[in-house]
Design a protein around this ligand. Sequence first.
Ligand SMILES: CC(C)(COP(=O)(O)OP(=O)(O)OC[C@H]1O[C@@H](n2cnc3c(N)ncnc32)[C@H](O)[C@@H]1OP(=O)(O)O)[C@@H](O)C(=O)NCCC(=O)NCCS
Length: 191
Amino acid sequence: MSTSTDPDLPPERRKQTHALPLESQGATKKSSEVFLCPVAQTDIPHLAQMYMKAYRGMEEYGEATTDQALLYLQGLQRHCSHSFFKAVIHGNTAGFIVCDPDWYEPGQKKVLEIHELVVDPDHQGYGLGGLFMRFARAMGRKHGRTAVSLWAGEGNHRAISWYTLKHGFEPGRRDGIWIHFQSSIQPMGWQ
Ligand SMILES: CC(C)(COP(=O)(O)OP(=O)(O)OC[C@H]1O[C@@H](n2cnc3c(N)ncnc32)[C@H](O)[C@@H]1OP(=O)(O)O)[C@@H](O)C(=O)NCCC(=O)NCCS
């Protein structure tokens, strides 16, 4: 990841162009440049629509309406304005991530918490989720965190297997229909 993508840089620098190559994963998928940009308030309505599209069929774990998704994302932006990023590919927003690098987990040191991670269904399977995951880990590492954590709905089997099989997350405690997952953040240069 280019250092210019560092989420802790001042907003003006963060707005500078930085491109990340999205790996080509098959003969029919071309590699693309992805720009990670801080989310502005004006982005939220579009992101709310994307959120509803991504959670279609899993409404139990999302929001009931686009208006509620809008309120939810506005609330996240108020709390995580420095760690709410969208991915832009060929001028189109393709996904977003909302993190909190100062999250307290009971009985632990602070962790990097992923509050929300969404890839537009039209862009899923091209490595963008993995790119967001690397970005989140880098943000956690920058803040001295040794773990990344998140909650997932128990029936969100696709995301859960993606987190556990692909990204090394382990399930922990439960809260109703929600399961907490955590994965370690290795120091830079760790093999
Ligand atoms: C979960 C989500 C973020 C993943 O994003 P994505 O961009 O599709 O993920 P990627 O393209 O990076 O993943 C592709 C890789 O994961 C692997 N993979 C995909 N689905 C998988 C699964 N269910 N289990 C294990 N591995 C999986 C692929 O084989 C591929 O591996 P490779 O890189 O070695 O070829 C996306 O599906 C999404 O937005 N879902 C809807 C919203 C949601 O559920 N968010 C999480 C809330 S907790």
